[in-house]
Design a protein around this ligand. Sequence first.
Ligand code: NAP
Length: 303
Amino acid sequence: MSRVYVFKDYGGPETEALLDRPIPQPGRGEILVEVKAAGVNPVDWKIREGQLGRSPNRALPAPMGREVAGVVAAIGTDVEEFRVDDEVLGPVAPGQGGFADHALLRASDAVTKPAELSFEIAATIAVAGTTAYDLTHAIDLEPGATVLVLGAGGGVGSLATEIGRVHQFRVIGVASERKRELIESLGAEFVRSGVGVAETVRELAPDGVDLIVDLVGGEALRAVAPLAKSPDHIFSAPDPETAEELGGSGRPNDPESLRRITEVIGYGAITPRISATYPLAAAREALAYVESGHATGKVVIIP
Ligand SMILES: NC(=O)c1ccc[n+]([C@@H]2O[C@H](COP(=O)([O-])OP(=O)(O)OC[C@H]3O[C@@H](n4cnc5c(N)ncnc54)[C@H](OP(=O)(O)O)[C@@H]3O)[C@@H](O)[C@H]2O)c1
C-alpha cells in the first residue's frame, strides 16, 4: 500500500485526508516515482477550494501536491528518458498528487535531479522555481536594471529575488517586517509592505522600476503599478486579470524553464530557501501554513 493526501470534496481544509491505496502503475509515457520530498504551494489549496474550476476530469477524492523529487520506481511503456533508480524532479501528471509515498509523472515533464541537490531543494523547482524563472526572464534587462519584487519573502518571491541578484539587477523586495533579514540576506533592498510602499520605493528609485514581479496581486499590485517605467513590464503570477487591467500580463510560460532553472540551482548559483519541512502525516499543518498567505520561503513535505 501507499499513502496519498487528498481532498474529498471541494471546500476547506476539513475535506482533506490521508488515505491508503495500492501503489499506482505508470501508463504510457509515465514514470512512477517514490517521493522523497514534495513542495507545498498556494495552488494546492486553491485547487481544493475550486478556484481553478471544478474539473469533471478531477476525480474525487483528488490527490494534492503538484511538485516532487524522488527516485524512479517503475517505468511505463514508451519511456526512453529514464530508468528505474534514477533521481528525478518535476511536476506530477494531471490528476495525480505529490503529497504521497508514490506519484506518477509524465516522463517528458520530468528532469534528472542534479546529484549536488538534496531532494528537499529539488522538490521546490517544478512550480516555484519555474515561476520565479519565467517572471524574472519576462523581458530582457541589463545588469543594473531595477526590479521590484512584491511578496519577496515567499516561495516564488525569494527565488525571484535571488535570480535577479545573479543577473546583477538592483532588486527591491517588498515583504512584512519579519522577513527583512531574509530579503537583505538575498541581496535585495527591503521595503516594508502595507501603507506607503509606493512612496518608499519612489524614494529609492525616483525614475521608477524596469520590471515589477508580482506575487500578491489585487490592491497591493495596483498601489505599485505606477512605479513601472512601462506598464507592459508588470508581470503577476497570482493575478493576471489585475495585471492586464494595468497594462501588464500574467506569468509567461517558457517550456525550457524547468531545465534551465534546475541547472542554475544545480550549480549552486541560487539556493531555494526552505523554512519548514513536515512529515506526510502532518500535511494538513503544512498546507495550513501556506494557506495563511504569509509563509517564508518554501515549505516541503517529506513522506
Ligand atoms: N500563475 C502561476 O503559474 C503561479 C505559479 C506559482 C505561484 N502562483 C501564485 O503566486 C502567489 C505567490 O506564490 P508563493 O508560492 O510565493 O506564495 P507564498 O510562499 O505563500 O508567498 C506569498 C508571500 O506574499 C507575501 N505577502 C502577502 N501580502 C503581501 C503584501 N500586501 N505585500 C507584500 N507581500 C505580501 C507573504 O509574506 P508576508 O508575510 O511578508 O506578507 C508571502 O511571503 C500565490 O498566489 C500563488 O498561487 C502562481
